[in-house]
Ligand binder design. Structure first.
Ligand code: NAD
Length: 257
């Protein structure tokens, strides 16, 4: 299937490991020009990916929770056709374990980073009358997850923002969609497993087995399975899909719609 992604300029945030890295690799496989952003090691990772696939891959170190860093990304990268808004997940914790600064930081990282990235890159998409904005959120927008209050709450803001912009910018051929991963084997999931094991006094193996049992497919997701959904939504083939959140969760969420 021709996805029409050759030479498209793609910004993959949080692209040095986990889901973001898998997304960056998939775009490189498709022949896109890929810009990988993370706080550190983005240049090394870009080099590694460009050695695996015949694609131009560049790296920029930046902290997505900071306005100034996002301005620097824009300056360095210029315009992009596809924006993948993604970063690390927020700290786990029960309500009274979370303080004002945790809420503020999670807001900057999850919500404001998405707002600022869109602010920087949407005008160019509108001008060229083509664009794809894809935010990596979580199944927590469908079903609150234990000890992930920050994610359960703040990702709803991202979903609302993306849905609103979809209505406003469809006439410019710019689509806005979210991809909501279920439990996917990455460093982030390891942190969640460790936290749950500590809290429940169970072993990490037990927690992992339990998580795998919670979905229909009965295993944890692989980062490349999330990346496949992102690539499709970014493609020409997904031109009539906008304003939606695609769950990639092995059937974790039990809702029929
Ligand atoms: P990860 O921790 O493995 O990778 C996160 C990436 O973001 C890394 O490249 C890291 O360097 C980068 N990053 C983190 N904070 C940053 C910052 N302030 N500035 C710039 N870069 C930053 O996470 P992942 O598992 O790949 O998850 C990606 C997103 O998907 C997260 O928001 C996570 O909460 C969400 N998610 C993950 C799962 C899962 O099971 N893995 C499930 C649902 C949602």
């Amino acid at each position: 299937m021709d996805l029409g992604l050759i030479n498209k300029r793609v910004l993959v945030c949080g692209g040095t490991r986990g889901i973001g890295r898998a997304v960056a690799e998939e775009f490189a496989k498709e022949g896109s020009v890929v810009f990988v952003v993370a706080r550190q090691q983005s240049k090394e990772v870009a080099k590694q990916i460009s050695m695996l696939y015949p694609a131009k891959v560049y790296g920029f170190d930046a902290d997505l929770s900071k306005d100034e860093d996002i301005k620097q990304i824009k300056k360095a990268v210029g315009e992009v056709d596809v924006l993948v808004a993604n970063a690390g997940g927020p700290k786990p914790g029960d309500f009274f374990e979370l303080h004002d600064e945790d809420w503020h930081f999670a807001f900057e990282l999850l919500v404001m980073s998405t707002v600022r990235l869109i602010n920087a890159f949407l005008p160019g998409m509108v001008e060229r009358k083509w664009g794809r904005v894809i935010a990596i959120t979580s199944i927590s927008v469908f079903e609150p997850l234990p000890r992930l209050l920050l994610s359960n709450s703040l990702r709803m803001a991202v979903a609302g923002l993306m849905r609103s912009l979809s209505g406003e910018y469809a006439k410019y051929n710019v689509t806005f969609n979210c991809v909501a991963p279920g439990h996917t084997m990455t460093e982030r999931l390891h942190q969640i497993i460790e936290d749950t094991a500590r809290k429940t006094l169970k072993s990490e193996q037990e927690i992992m087995k339990q998580m795998a049992e919670e979905n229909d497919v009965k295993r944890l997701g692989r980062p490349e399975e999330i990346a496949a959904a992102v690539i499709f939504l970014a493609s020409e083939r997904a031109s009539y899909i906008t304003g939606t959140t695609l769950r990639v969760d092995g059937g974790f969420v039990s809702s029929s719609i």
